[in-house]
Design a protein around this ligand. Sequence first.
Ligand SMILES: Cc1cc2nc3c(=O)[nH]c(=O)nc-3n(C[C@H](O)[C@H](O)[C@H](O)COP(=O)(O)OP(=O)(O)OC[C@H]3O[C@@H](n4cnc5c(N)ncnc54)[C@H](O)[C@@H]3O)c2cc1C
Length: 319
Amino acid sequence: MIKEQIMMLGANGAMTIDYVDYDFGEDVPQSYSVLRAPFDEWFAGQAEAQGAMLAPGILVDELIEADGKIVGIKAGDDEIYATVVIAADGVNSFIAQKAGLRNDIDAHSVGVGAKEVIELPEQVIEDRFNLNGNEGAARVLVGCGGGVLGGGFLYTNKSSISLGVVLNPDDLACHGKSIHEIMQDLKMHPAIYPLVKDGITVEYGAHLVPEVGYHAVPKTLYRDGLIVVGDAAGMVVNTGISDLDLTPTMKLYANFHELMSNRRMVSVYPNMANEMMKVLFAVDGKLPERMDKAMLKVLKKHVTFGQMLADGWRGFKAI
Ligand SMILES: Cc1cc2nc3c(=O)[nH]c(=O)nc-3n(C[C@H](O)[C@H](O)[C@H](O)COP(=O)(O)OP(=O)(O)OC[C@H]3O[C@@H](n4cnc5c(N)ncnc54)[C@H](O)[C@@H]3O)c2cc1C
């Protein structure tokens, strides 16, 4: 990704911070996008080549325990025994629950995500995002959830664009809109539509994702004969910029979710930023107001100084 962007969506406009660094095209550490469907197939092949046997489509019902040790799993009438059972069964891991390592999830600790992969010719993507060859662009979307707590993302792949939202399920339920409707509204937003138009949706997925980062990681992640990994272990911190699955990084960003659970972040500030840009750039033939006064007027319309200071401090502490 040579372009890392933050886009604040207003009702009928958008303000984008666009950081482009062509050093990212060289041999320096950078972010990149990976399409899970082909990656998972390749990865499964690698595991098989090392002697693993894949058994997809089998539901694990129970753990088998002997003398306080987990020794295998039950799937229907089948029993499979193992030296170690690795629970990688996702965010609402019933295996970790059955093993007594964590409780059921609650609506505050997860986000509900929806993502579309929209296919477009390579050249069209390069033209729309001003990219060349292997270059890519990644964009965090703020103010894209119709007022629901959460955010969105858009990034380019070689011949597709991934577009999605991750929202707070509790807040979503209170707003009376489905995540599908919010995705649809996002695709039709005048600042997003030109980027995805004429594309073909080749994948549509919805998934829960751990949202509270380090604080949601169970105190113990193992028992004799069992280890919990991945989302089952809560090992994600959703920064919006890139989802990070590394425990030390999780500690650093342990309070990041508090920033994103501030309602003003999803509605007030994106609208305020857009209104300020409008005041700055609108040409209406009238004598313009002094810029500092005009900006102050917009600011006061949306927030108090107290709120802004408090949010700034919370934001500073969260990162
Ligand atoms: C919209 C969205 C965008 C995201 N974007 C990114 C990103 O850009 N970068 C990033 O790093 N992460 C991202 N994530 C997070 C990422 O998807 C997860 O962290 C990752 O998929 C977790 O992998 P996992 O194997 O632990 O769990 P999962 O991918 O949830 O896999 C768990 C598997 O276990 C299976 N399973 C569950 N119960 C049972 C059972 N009883 N028996 C048998 N099988 C069972 C499920 O069917 C599933 O296949 C995103 C998440 C969402 C929702």
